[in-house]
Design a protein around this ligand. Structure first.
Ligand code: NAP
Length: 342
């Protein structure tokens, strides 16, 4: 049995959900991949826990003070880092140091926060390529909605011409509430915050930055583009007013906050803003907290995926999908044949 040691940096809702799902799936990893998965370290900003023989779920409620930081994670002997800290695309956030440290030492990284990947994507990709480490980011790139996986696997070999994505659940929920329950932006936001569907500071979602971040990750990691935030026109839903809603209702159009990308021989152009769709368009039916992506390729036409899932479990599951891809790739590397029984 091949021992694979995992560390999780960032131990809030998503980090904890990932730890619990990882521990619950250990038997699956043994049976399918012949891998003895051990959670050897977890940490938040100021506390953590490490045990080379593997942490059990019942110990995860009692983190110890002063155990945190990239050096703490490195000292745990982890083979794979799962990074689930706060996201900040303007600075890279605390995740950047953890991811740099893992990749430069040749350790695989599964990244759930978007900030470091948006801020320093090309540098992190170069680090991974030079050390031979794998860098996976399903949790960051719309999580339960498959995006990069579609590009890397399902549409392999095709030329991607255009992508449209409803990539932010909060704004989709808000626009739905504004259109169907006749609420203004402020009231819809207040209700979403009361229901826990919107952050206390919602600007990252409502001004379009979260959608823009995901679009950049899909472009840079899924299409090998080199987009930066400065190159995107980013407009959110905060300026949608009653008159807009009334006009769309009259015209039987459904508004969605969309991240869009068009590729030509000359360039990749990307933007975030409200688009409207007639009822005949599948994107018009992506309701509530669902997300969706439409990818148009030269040879396979239009592919649409729609999905969501209950958070934080869905994001944890997306990160652990990445883990299974890594276990498969590791098996191929070591044996030369496809890993896993699936
Ligand atoms: N929630 C979702 O549904 C969802 C979905 C997709 C992606 N994401 C992304 O997943 C990430 C985590 O989300 P969350 O909801 O779990 O956030 P959260 O509950 O706020 O947890 C963030 C965690 O990061 C820790 N942290 C902060 N600075 C750190 C540092 N320097 N070193 C190590 N840990 C540090 C915090 O530690 P302390 O507790 O000590 O402050 C906390 O444990 C975010 O980037 C988010 O954008 C979330």
């Amino acid at each position: 049995m091949n021992v694979v040691r995992i560390a999780i940096a960032g131990f809030g809702g998503v980090g904890r959900a990932t730890a619990n799902l990882l521990l619950a799936r250990r038997e699956r990893y043994r049976q399918v991949y012949g891998a003895d998965i051990r959670l050897v370290a977890v940490c938040g900003s100021r506390s953590g826990l490490a045990d080379a023989s593997g942490l059990e779920a019942e110990r995860l409620d009692a983190l110890e003070p002063d155990l945190s930081g990239p050096a703490f994670i490195e000292a745990s002997g982890a083979d794979i880092l799962i990074e689930a800290g706060p996201s900040d695309f303007r600075t890279g956030g605390p995740g950047l140091a953890y991811i740099r440290s893992a990749l430069s030492a040749g350790r695989d990284a599964i990244v759930i926060s978007k900030g470091a990947l948006v801020h320093s994507g090309p540098e992190l990709l170069a680090l991974a390529r030079s050390s031979g480490a794998m860098l996976k980011l399903s949790g960051a790139a719309a999580a339960a909605l498959p995006t990069i996986d579609l590009l890397e696997h399902s549409l392999k070999g095709c030329e991607v011409l255009e992508i449209e994505g409803i990539l932010n659940a909060t704004t989709n929920y808000l626009l739905d509430a504004m259109m169907n329950r006749n609420l203004g932006f402020d009231e819809a936001l207040r209700r979403a915050q009361a229901g826990g569907f919107a952050e206390a500071d919602p600007r990252n979602d409502t001004e379009g930055w979260d959608t823009a971040s995901k679009l950049i990750l899909i472009a840079n990691f899924g299409l090998d583009a080199d987009l930066t935030m400065d190159e995107l026109v980013v407009e959110g839903i905060q300026s949608v007013v009653a008159h807009d809603l009334e006009t769309w209702r009259k015209q039987r159009l459904v508004p969605k906050l969309v991240g869009s990308l068009i590729r030509t021989d000359a360039a990749t152009r990307a933007a975030v803003g409200v688009r409207t769709y007639p009822a005949t368009d599948p994107l018009a039916h992506v309701s509530g907290k669902n997300k969706a992506i439409r990818i148009t390729t030269d040879a396979m036409g239009e592919t649409i995926a729609i999905g969501s899932g209950t958070e934080p479990l869905a994001t944890a599951a997306a990160a652990l999908k990445d883990l299974e891809h890594i276990l498969t790739a590791r098996a191929v590397r070591s044996t030369g044949v496809s890993g896993g029984k699936e």
